[in-house]
Design a protein around this ligand. Sequence first.
Ligand code: NI
Ligand code: MN
Length: 226
Amino acid sequence: MLFTYYGHSTFSLEWDSTRLLFDPFISDNPLAGKIDVESIDCNYMLISHGHADHINDAVSIAKRTGAKVVSNFEIVAWMEKQGVSNGHPMNTGGHWIFDFGKVKCVNAIHSSSFPDGSYAGNPMGFLVESAAGNFYYAGDTALTVDMKLIGEFKKIDFALLPIGGNFTMDVDNAIVASDYIKCDTIIGLHYDTFDLIRIDHAEAEDKFEKAGKKLILPEIGQTIEM
Ligand code: NI
Ligand code: MN
């Protein structure tokens, strides 16, 4: 499975003929200036919630690529109103078997509104099971004991957790989350983009190492084999 980081909480995972893109926020991210949004390809787009820093490039990429948009009902409906007809609406607790594998929508403790302030449904995380491996993307969330359920569902090969604090979990809480989900390989997301979520990389990596875990902090634009 190839992981590519586009900054903030935007990443893709690619294997065989599948390319999943998550929470596209690139053109308004000052740290992602070297990423050409037009060059990003995907056949599925998964969106965790409606905040601008997770959705701002969703309509343009979905229209250009024709990717199927997997998100909550309200976000899929919002995309449809803007001409994106290839959506698959879901909600927390539900799962669906797609051609690439199974997606289960799991709880995220956060809020969810569109850039204009209107209601954007429940924020969610995604548990993805596939022949190439299983992973958990938490979305924007607090640490929650619900994450223990995720550790019971399935063996997770790696997880993508927010670590920037202020709006979400911080590094210390992400370490507890990785215990709850029984997964010691974590890709950190949702940090450094804004002043309020700036972190010390070396300190974060050190804390994970001391807990016997691995924290991956990829460079924007970097692709890693997972
Ligand atoms: Ni958010
Ligand atoms: Mn966010």
